[in-house]
Every structure is written in C-alpha cells, then in structure tokens.
Design a binder for this molecule. Structure first.
Ligand code: URA
Ligand code: SF4
Length: 190
C-alpha cells in the first residue's frame, strides 16, 4: 500500500545513500529507477551493469541500447515510461543478485510500483520474473500477460539476452508490439 507521504524523489534519495546490503560496498553509484513517474508502463530489469554503475542510471549500456532501439521501433518514447531494476546496485562481475540482496532491495521496488501504479508492469527476463512472480522459464512464458494481486504483468526476454543470441531480437520486438497493442486496447496513452 502506498504510504501517504512517499514519492519517487524520496525513494531515489534513499537508494542513492542506501547501505542496507553488501552491494553498497562494491558499487560506484546506486542506480535508482528512471523516467516518468506517471508512466502507464513500467519496465523491470535485473540489476545495474558496469555502465549503469558508472553513470547511476538504468539501461544505459549495451542492453539499454537494445531496449531503446526496440522502444523506438514500436513507437514508444523512453522518457514516457519508467525503467527500474530488481536491485539498485551492481553485483560484482554482473553476477545474478542473491535472494537476500533481492529481498533487502525489494522495499524500493514495491514502493516504486505503488506510487507509479502502472497499467502494465513489463518484466524483462528471468530475475525479475522470479523475484516478482516466482516464475522460472521466461522463454516458455514470454509474450504472456499475468494478472496478480490487482496488478497486470507482461513477460518478455531481457534485452541483454540479445547480445548473446540475436534471434531473440525478433522475440523482444514482437513482445513489445503486443505490449503496445494492449496499452491501446486499454486506452492507455504511452
Ligand atoms: N541490465 C539490467 O538488468 N539493468 C540495467 O539497468 C542494465 C542492464
Ligand atoms: Fe540498498 Fe538495494 Fe543497493 Fe542493497 S542493492 S545497497 S538494498 S539500494
């Protein structure tokens, strides 16, 4: 539930100074979410990578470039959506964040979701799928919508997966088309 005096600015300020888990020791910058706090669509990735850690902004490296290209292709303006991660600090060597790190950081993500209250939460890849919905196979479920606890989720592959398997680019594009169509159907502006 949204706390009366909570705000995205407040969350961002807390994230930037957060020392609640050990990832604070190895990070350069914590990476708060980014974008429109009144967005209809919220994207959730895994964790910052090297570029994000250097710049303090999500999805600004290779995966970000792929995400941007895909959004452009389906006619979505990046600054009109909200983009965040399951954990806000870079795990050393880009390892997958541990259960404990995810659990510790979850309060920020939950508050971001409550405040923004997006029409659709787009899950990017396995870590976010696991963390938010307890799922495992993203390839087996991508392209699907899931309604849970009064929230509407949409599942797709992580843009970074395309760096290793270019065939997934089509999959991501197809899914983003589906997402945009659903937004239109819901008469939601993006
Ligand atoms: N991968 C993610 O999951 N998040 C980012 O911000 C960048 C790469
Ligand atoms: Fe805090 Fe999350 Fe960073 Fe851990 S990953 S230090 S909980 S902001």
């Amino acid at each position: 539930m949204e706390m009366p005096n909570d705000s995205i600015e407040k969350i961002h300020a807390e994230v930037i100074n957060c020392k609640s888990c050990d990832l604070c020791k190895s990070r350069t910058n914590a990476v708060p979410g980014d974008g429109d706090s009144k967005a209809s669509i919220m994207f959730i990735g895994e964790a910052p990578g090297r570029n994000e850690d250097e710049k303090g902004r999500p999805f600004v490296g290779m995966a970000g470039k792929i995400l941007d290209e895909t959004l452009t292709k389906v006619g979505v303006i990046r600054s009109r959506v909200y983009i965040t991660n399951v954990v806000k600090c870079r795990p050393p060597g880009n390892r997958v964040p541990t259960e404990e790190e995810r659990r510790t950081c979850k309060n920020y993500l939950e508050r971001e979701i409550s405040i923004i209250s997006p029409k659709i939460i787009c899950i990017l890849g396995r870590t976010a799928y696991q963390s938010l919905l307890g799922g495992s196979s993203i390839l087996g479920n991508r392209g699907k919508f899931i309604q849970k606890d009064n929230r509407l989720y949409f599942l797709t592959v992580h843009p970074a997966a395309i760096i290793y398997n270019n065939k997934l680019r089509k999959v991501l594009e197809e899914d983003m088309e589906t997402l945009v169509k659903e937004c239109r159907r819901l008469q939601t502006s993006i």
